[in-house]
Design a protein around this ligand. Structure first.
Ligand SMILES: [Zn+2]
Ligand SMILES: [Zn+2]
Length: 128
C-alpha cells in the first residue's frame, strides 16, 4: 500500500504518544515541526536501525518522558528518540508493551549505539 505523506499522516504518526495516555494534553502547534527536525537528524530506529525507504512512512518520534508526565519536555530534543512501529520497537522499548500506561525512562541509555551497531552488523552480514 502506498502512503502519501501529508499533514494528516504526520498527525496519525504521533498517535501513540498523543492519545495513548488518557488525559494527555493536545499536541502543541510546534510539534510537527519539532518532529520533522528530529526525524531528519535521526531517521533510523534507535533500537533496531530500521530506516524506511524513501516514500515509506517515517519512524515514530517517541517522548521518553511522556507528555502527560511532564508537558514542559514535549518539544525538548533531549526527550525525543526515534523508534519504529515496523518491528514494534516503539511499543516494546518505549512503552514496555503498553502505549497507554508504560514508559521507559532509561530507553536512551539502554539503546545507546545499538541501532547503529545493528545496522553495521546487518550490512556486513549481507555483503558477504
Ligand atoms: Zn525498530
Ligand atoms: Zn511513545
Amino acid at each position: 500500500m502506498k502512503v502519501r505523506i501529508s499533514l494528516g499522516i504526520l498527525l496519525v504518526l504521533c498517535v501513540g504518544c498523543r492519545t495513548g495516555h488518557l488525559g494527555a494534553p493536545q499536541m502543541s502547534a510546534s510539534w510537527s515541526a519539532t518532529r520533522s527536525v528530529h526525524i531528519e537528524e535521526h531517521p533510523e530506529c534507535a533500537a533496531c536501525g530500521y530506516l524506511p525507504k524513501p516514500g515509506k512512512r517515517n519512524n515514530d518520534v517517541h517522548h521518553v518522558i511522556p507528555r502527560h508526565v511532564n508537558i514542559d519536555l514535549e518539544l525538548s530534543a533531549n526527550n525525543l528518540i526515534t523508534l519504529c512501529r515496523k518491528y514494534d520497537c516503539h511499543l516494546r522499548f518505549g512503552h514496555f508493551g503498553n502505549y497507554r500506561t508504560g514508559y521507559n525512562t532509561n530507553v536512551v541509555e539502554i539503546l545507546q549505539d545499538v541501532g547503529a551497531r545493528m545496522k553495521a552488523a546487518e550490512a556486513e552480514f549481507w555483503s558477504q
